[in-house]
Design a protein around this ligand. Structure first.
Ligand code: FAD
Length: 385
């Protein structure tokens, strides 16, 4: 197994680093934890688009660069390392664009992919419902045919990026008579559609990154059905493999990791054996998690869809994030509990943000229990539960 990067790839990493460091030097934004999912910054997305770094792996005919999965890994790794505010384009770039590419009609590809690449079309994910999370196949949102349209009624919850998304990737039941996972279809829904409303969900970190969405007779033209009618559940499984495939979980809080090591050095805490031990242990776990992520990329590079490998990577990485946040809180002591914006807050409040946020990391994109079920069944070949 060769983990080294080619000279071209190293050059690309350097180019991305220089771009991001330049942005920070100019004071355009500050590195922050969870920035890939929580930091709304359309100007940043525009600048990334101008570099040609959105849709990097997509075919050139749709505006992409036809680059490799390894190049995309390098790009996302650096974005996460610097805590770059990439939420506007992240979901479209990581998974919705890929779904359109894999299953969408030519018309959909031409309508959406070039706009995503230009940083002009942001997407949120409308999968979960109040009664359908782990068991997504039991979702109740209905889409009923009416001439050239589907009429959607129901509720989605935990919808990411809903306060700025232009579109939602929505799963709805199109055949209530069929076995539950065979009656679901996938749609692109315009966020401005009449009948679609939103209530923000303020989570324990205080962010408004997620929302409840309510569909009241929302009309969606049939051309916005992605893939085949009633095949949506199979498509979402494919998409979730990609959602779990990146380094977001191992590196989503990297700015805190870097800052807490620096803090320990500057405060002579680095002489404390317990602290040295804990930071060294974190570094070991970080490296292991990163390699699990690299393995997922190498699977994609071979043209295969990662499955239990992404599940393993996410389970491991969310545990790392919990440990990182706990160690940071321990090192910072009582001051560590101060939230961003407080006068005496250390490290811009990243530690309590991560500590509180880490409770959700092992739920979003599939809970740890569900991912272990995937690992048991598909990785170990145990009978499905
Ligand atoms: C921060 C955050 C962001 C999110 N972002 C999005 C988003 O952008 N879009 C979206 O659509 N959804 C999103 N979600 C929703 C997320 O996908 C669900 O919360 C998740 O799938 C779990 O579903 P649930 O909350 O209904 O819990 P449940 O499915 O009810 O599970 C409750 C508990 O039971 C366990 N459990 C359930 N079934 C089994 C089983 N078969 N075996 C063993 N244990 C089981 C679970 O592991 C969990 O511990 C987000 C959630 C969070 C917390």
């Amino acid at each position: 197994m060769d983990f080294s990067f080619t000279e071209e790839q190293k050059k690309f990493r350097e180019e991305v680093r220089q771009f991001l460091e330049g942005e920070i030097r100019e004071g355009l934004w500050e590195p922050s934890c969870d920035a890939w999912i929580q930091e709304y910054n359309p100007e940043f997305t525009k600048r990334v688009a101008q570099k040609g770094w959105i849709g990097l792996i997509w075919p050139k005919e749709y505006g992409g660069q036809g680059r490799s999965h390894v190049d995309r890994l390098i790009l996302t790794e650096e974005m996460l390392r610097y805590g770059a505010p990439a939420a506007c384009h992240w979901f479209a770039d990581r998974q919705v664009g890929g779904t359109i590419l894999s299953y969408g009609s030519e018309e959909l590809k031409k309508e959406f992919l070039p706009r995503i690449v230009k940083g002009e079309a942001y997407f949120g994910l409308g999968m979960s419902e109040p009664g359908a999370g782990s068991d997504l196949a039991s979702l109740q949102t209905r889409a009923v045919e009416d001439g050239d349209y589907y009429v959607i009624n129901g509720q989605k919850t935990w919808t990411s990026c809903a306060y700025f998304a232009h579109y939602f990737d929505v799963y709805a039941r199109t055949d209530p008579e069929a076995v539950k996972h065979r009656g679901i279809s996938e749609f692109i829904v315009d966020a401005k559609s009449p009948g679609l409303s939103r209530i923000p969900m303020i989570d324990i970190t205080g962010t408004e990154a997620w929302s409840d969405l309510f569909f009241d007779n929302v009309r969606v033209h049939k051309k916005y059905l992605i893939g085949e009618k009633n095949r949506g559940f199979y498509q979402v499984l494919h998409q979730l493999d990609y959602e779990r495939s990146g380094l977001e979980r191992i590196m989503g809080n990297y700015p805190l990791f870097e800052a807490i090591i620096q803090f320990a050095k500057e405060n002579k805490l680095s002489q404390e054996p317990v602290i040295r031990n804990k930071l060294a242990q974190l570094q070991i776990e970080f490296e292991v998690g990163r390699l699990l992520g690299y393995r997922v990329t190498s699977i994609m590079e071979e043209g295969r869809t990662p499955n239990w490998e992404s599940a393993m990577s996410k389970v491991y990485s969310t545990e790392f994030e919990k440990c990182l946040a706990s160690v940071a809180m321990e090192i910072l002591g009582h001051y560590g509990q101060l939230m961003p914006g407080s006068k005496l807050v250390p490290l811009r409040g990243m530690a309590p943000h991560s500590y509180l946020g880490s409770k959700g990391y092992s739920l979003q994109a599939g809970t740890t229990e569900i991912l272990k079920n995937i690992l048991a069944a598909r990785g170990l070949g145990l009978p499905s539960s």
